[in-house]
Design a protein around this ligand. Structure first.
Ligand SMILES: [Zn+2]
Length: 288
């Protein structure tokens, strides 16, 4: 060692000669504990599993990507009841598609077809359906939206009730809102894309409202998994957002005076009432 570093005296570094060249490294090796790997961040795929269904049209056994509900955490609920989860967007996985015949529906409505519905799907969907080339493990927003549109086409063909079609439109609109929120704000054309998505959301929401209003007059509760108060609350919010203030106000006051509505729904209805009053005032000011 002293030979290797000989001549350093002139730099005033003569004391270094005493140390072995690799002494330091050896000590380090001995004292450094292996760094534990940070826990792996859960990927979208980790929140999903394959659920098996029997297609009610072609009777194939199929698998659908499904969210493990126990694993995701609800962050908040928007005024129109859209649930927002922390880790992933479960709305992307609501639609079950049969890759064999093209029948598609939200999981809630997948089974239980009448004969005439089965025949209609076969004739109008299956004959021209092109199966996807591969079964994806996770879906992009665009792919998820396509699945909703396929389920809506099926709903029209099988002459589904208004509530089912409204449910698809509502969830499509929520999905689009989520899509807009997850856009890259720095990306080129962000504003245009956001506006385009928002316009699509409004279109689906208008159709959801129309379907729910029809269903309220022609169907019984529960509707889309909602009891009467919840459904009427939702109609009130959608009507308000659509500028139908009279309908919204009527439904909100019914909920606030209802004997059966629970406190949580009444609290929500009070929040809507405040927004509604503000919007009506705004409209009057503009009209002046
Ligand atoms: Zn099928």
């Amino acid at each position: 060692m002293s030979d290797l570093l000989s001549g350093l005296e002139k730099f005033g570094l003569d004391k270094l000669g005493a140390a072995g060249l690799y002494e330091d490294n050896k000590k380090k090796e001995k004292t450094t504990k292996p760094v534990p790997e940070p826990p792996r961040k859960l990927e979208e795929e980790d929140y999903l599993f394959d659920k098996t269904y029997e297609c009610p049209v072609c009777y194939s056994e199929i698998k659908a990507r499904t969210v493990r509900t126990g694993k995701v955490r609800l962050l908040r609920t928007d005024m129109d009841l859209r649930p927002v989860y922390e880790q992933i967007e479960p709305l992307k996985y609501s639609v079950v598609v049969c890759p064999v015949c093209g029948y598609a529906a939200c999981s809630r409505y997948f089974g239980g077809l009448a004969n005439f519905q089965r025949e209609a799907v076969k004739e109008m969907i299956s004959t021209s359906f092109q199966p996807p080339e591969e079964q994806k493990q996770i879906y992009t927003y665009e792919e998820a939206l396509e699945r909703y549109k396929l389920s809506l086409a099926n709903a029209v063909v099988k002459r589904a009730r208004a509530s089912e079609k409204a449910y698809i439109c509502l969830k499509s609109a929520w999905l689009l809102r989520s899509m807009g929120e997850h856009l890259d704000r720095e990306a080129e054309g962000y504003e245009e894309q956001r506006a385009r998505i928002s316009a699509q959301e409004n279109e689906f929401m208008k159709n959801a409202l129309e379907g729910l209003v029809t269903a309220r007059q022609t169907e019984t509760y529960p509707m889309c998994g909602m009891d009467q108060t919840t459904a009427e609350y939702l109609i009130a919010v959608l009507a308000m957002n659509d500028g139908q203030y009279d309908l919204s106000a009527r439904l909100i006051s019914e909920i606030l005076t209802s004997r059966t509505a629970n406190r949580r729904m009444k609290d929500r209805a009070r929040d809507v009432k405040e927004v509604l009053i503000a919007r009506i005032k705004e409209k009057k000011t503009k009209a002046l």
